[in-house]
Design a protein around this ligand. Structure first.
Ligand code: GLC
Length: 538
């Protein structure tokens, strides 16, 4: 795998997160060391040199806790342990320390909106019965209609395309709220014990050396205690972006500050002013930029998205984040090869045609675009290999989004398929034993790390070179340069320029500049072809 090309980074760099490259690890699909078909922590530890060579500053681990896996680990049964399929807490501690030795920090994923129905709190609440203090930790209500047979309100499921109710009835007649699956009961964030418990969980992980926490569904925790019907158009919204949340995150911030820890919130909010409130100096450090993730491959719209992002972050002094994909959305090369290049949960469908060569060319250019922008960049495992969205045979689909949509939404498994490491090895080197938990499609080995690592033209080589060059950009401002329609051109600190050509006509590169890196070959006249990006220096 080669030696890490990066010396360990400055351990005392408090602002590391403002311009970091953060790599998302979905452990279940990263590397399977014991041959049971499921990725594990030992698999990640063995690949730390690969991640160091890639040059990333931090790893964000999707939930690695004990879980019945009804929602890919976002149904947590115990927030202070590791799922036995992945390893042990001792191993996680080793992994955190070993990564740190290589200059790589760790971010854990905390799921505060809901727990697994197997979590001891919910187990106790189920048996304790109506009116018990155990039930006050959740949202239990009697039903409506004759015999209480109807759900207590009309809220829709938070899984796009889902037609299922967000209430489930227990045999004793009471209903409980779950914005996601029935196996993910929502916690009652108005209860002091819920707040106390989560602050303790944060301390638990910071004590183990993690540098940050990703907050799942961060804008959904607080609920209007009256749980009013949405049909009554209640204002404020009864469960999205309620003001009470800011008080929660202010106390979380106090915990994080004690450890010099940082937060990244999963905040899907169209209102930029409301979004920025989460990033005030005494709240979350950063939040995912989903408007950029959803933006189509269109120069004007990308520029607007970048400008809007920078403008919304500026007043609160928070750095932006740049995300092209994650474990919930269509892989970038597939999305960019489609006619509609934006991302929209509601529009996901089976069998949408894609041109992977085109999508890959654009994804390479998008990699250089995002890595040149001011702020933190997220790379989702396999993005650096140019993996496409995989088709999953119906009988192997695992994602509840598929089932809860009645089989109309393809779900999210297609972006969660186990990584290919070695072209000639069983299961493309993911693991030497059992069939992986999700099937790898035909041709997956052509994306394998060992195929790409010595190929200067591979997507992996592009990511490695770009990440190594990126520190030149610093954390400072961005200045747009005049450019023809369809071309994005901007300079960053120290005279570094990024040009991305989305137009059909080749674009001239600035005179007297030296090419640092390009996402594809220039034409015979040294111009930048369509769907290609370049970095230049004076
Ligand atoms: C977040 C996660 C997603 C999960 C949901 C419920 O959106 O990213 O994977 O299904 O929360 O926890």
């Amino acid at each position: 795998m080669g030696q890490p090309s990066h010396a360990p980074k400055d351990h005392e760099d408090h602002d590391w997160w403002r311009s970091a490259v953060i790599y998302q690890v979905y452990v279940r699909s990263f590397a399977d060391s014991d041959g049971d078909g499921t990725g594990d922590l030992a698999g990640v530890r063995a690949r730390l040199p690969y991640l160091a060579e890639l040059g990333v500053d931090a790893l964000w681990f999707s939930p690695w806790y004990p879980s019945p896996m009804k929602d890919g680990g976002y149904d947590v049964a115990d927030y202070r342990a590791i799922d036995p399929a992945f390893g042990t807490l001792a191993e996680a501690e080793k992994l955190i320390a070993e990564a740190r030795e290589l200059g790589i920090r760790t971010i854990v994923d905390i799921v505060p909106n809901h727990v697994s129905d197997q979590h001891p709190w919910f187990q106790a609440a189920s048996t304790a019965g109506p009116g018990s203090p155990e039930r006050e930790l959740f949202h239990f209500r009697p039903g409506r209609g004759p015999g209480g047979d109807l759900p207590p309100n009309d809220w829709p499921s938070q899984f796009a395309g889902s037609t299922e109710p967000v209430w489930t009835r227990l045999p004793d007649g009471e209903w409980y709220l779950h914005l996601f699956t029935p196996e993910q009961p929502d916690l009652n964030w108005a209860h002091p014990a819920v707040r106390q418990e989560h602050e303790d969980i944060l301390r638990f992980w910071f004590e183990r050396g993690v540098a940050g926490v990703r907050i799942d569904s961060a804008a959904l925790l607080a609920k209007d205690p009256d749980l009013p019907d949405l049909a009554t158009r209640p204002r404020p919204h009864p469960f999205v972006d309620r003001d009470e949340l800011h008080d929660v995150y202010r106390s979380w911030r106090a915990v994080a500050d004690h450890y010099d820890g940082v937060f990244v919130g999963e905040v899907w909010l169209p209102d930029t002013e409301r979004f920025a409130r989460y990033l005030r100096p005494d709240e979350l450090h950063t939040a995912f930029n989903f408007s950029f993730l959803s933006c189509p491959w269109d120069a004007a719209r990308l520029r607007t998205s970048i400008d809007t992002t920078l403008a919304e972050h500026a007043p609160v002094g928070a750095p932006a984040t740049w995300v092209l994909c994650n474990h919930d959305v269509t892989r970038t090369v597939t999305r960019y090869g489609r006619e509609d290049t934006g991302f929209d949960f509601a529009a996901k469908a089976f069998g949408v045609p894609t041109d992977l060569a085109l999508g890959t060319r654009r994804a390479r250019a998008a990699a250089l675009l995002t890595l040149a922008l001011p702020g933190a960049v997220y790379v989702y495992q396999g993005e650096e290999l140019g993996l496409p969205e995989a088709g999953i045979p119906a009988d192997r689909i695992q994602d509840p989004m598929y089932f809860r949509s009645g089989g109309t939404d393809p779900g999210r498994d297609g972006c969660r398929v186990p990584l290919p490491w070695a072209a000639g090895a069983p299961h493309a080197g993911f693991g030497a034993g059992e069939e992986p938990w999700l099937p790898q499609p035909a041709g997956w080995e052509s994306y394998a790390v060992d195929r790409q690592q010595d190929d200067a033209d591979s997507v992996l080589a592009l990511y490695r070179r770009a990440i190594a060059l990126r520190p030149r950009f610093g954390d400072g401002p961005l200045t747009w340069l005049p450019a023809p329609e369809g071309v994005l051109a901007f300079t960053r600190a120290e005279g570094v320029t990024c040009v991305v050509n989305l137009a059909a006509a080749p674009a001239e590169l600035p005179a007297r500049s030296r090419l640092l890196i390009a996402s594809g070959p220039l034409d015979d006249e040294g111009r930048l072809p369509q769907d290609t990006a370049a970095w230049l220096t004076d």
